[in-house]
Design a protein around this ligand. Structure first.
Ligand code: UDP
Length: 238
């Protein structure tokens, strides 16, 4: 029999770019559906799931600022982009028969729920997937930090960071054939060696609250469920 899930409640963080497929921009519906299926596999194990999706496939505050926009305004545009991604993912999940709530840090009552911590926890207890949108609601932050914050508020056992590679390597596996993947690595080593997993404020927040970060590959189908059972390839930051 397969091993039991390591955590009863987790948060999955993916970047907006994970939804764009090969398009280079926006949402690619088959890719969104494929990730929704990964979430469904974990939901079927009885695990309670929080989701945070970035907005980089649509808009990033920093690139807006680089083109002369005011940073805070550009960041609000980035946060709105994450709401679009969250709605796209909600549609895909509900198409698979999973009840979901999109919960925004910036109230948008006609579109989704406002963030109320205890209400979100209740949704999780009822088996609904909570998709947290609009980041932290504040400019100058990222969705990695939002994911860390929500994971702690929701009492998640870990953050799962689905990326394009199957973990954290000691050097870039794309350029160095001898690069080796860490099975586990400390928060401080990630910060000191500038191993790009999540931004530094997110890592520091996770460290200060002892929230494990599990990095695995979104490319491999079935990996979310597998890694949650402690199998397959991943790196744990703890
Ligand atoms: N953002 C923000 N505050 C937050 C979260 C996000 O201002 O708490 C903005 C920021 O401009 C960011 C954009 O939303 O560039 C999209 O989020 P992010 O870059 O984290 O997306 P990802 O790289 O994960 O796709």
């Amino acid at each position: 029999t397969p091993a039991a899930p390591m955590y009863p409640r987790v948060l999955l963080k993916i970047s907006g770019e994970a939804l764009m497929g090969d398009q280079g921009f926006g949402l690619h519906p088959p890719t969104v559906r494929r990730i929704a299926e990964e979430v469904k596999q974990v939901h079927d194990l009885g695990v309670q799931i929080c989701l945070v999706i970035g907005g980089g496939n649509i808009f990033r505050g920093l690139s807006g600022a680089a083109h002369g926009m005011e940073r805070a305004t550009a960041d609000y545009m980035g946060m709105l982009a994450t709401v679009m991604n969250a709605l796209g993912m909600q549609g895909a999940l509900e198409g698979l028969g999973i009840f979901t709530r999109v919960i925004s840090a910036i109230p948008m009552d006609q579109v989704c729920e406002p963030y109320i911590r205890r209400r979100a926890i209740r949704h999780l207890e009822k088996g609904r997937v909570c998709v947290f949108a609009a980041g932290t609601g504040n400019p100058y932050f990222t969705t990695d930090t939002a994911a860390t914050l929500r994971a702690m508020e929701m009492g998640c056992g870990a953050i799962f960071k689905g990326t394009q590679v199957d973990g954290i390597y000691d050097s870039d596996p794309k350029t160095n054939p001898d690069a080796t993947r860490y099975a586990s690595v400390s928060y401080d080593e990630v910060l000191q060696r500038n191993l790009r997993v999540m931004d530094a404020s997110a890592i520091a927040l996770a460290r200060d609250n002892k929230l494990p970060i599990i990095v695995y590959s979104l490319r491999e189908s079935g990996a979310f469920a597998k890694v949650l059972r402690g199998e397959g390839k991943f790196t744990i930051v703890h």
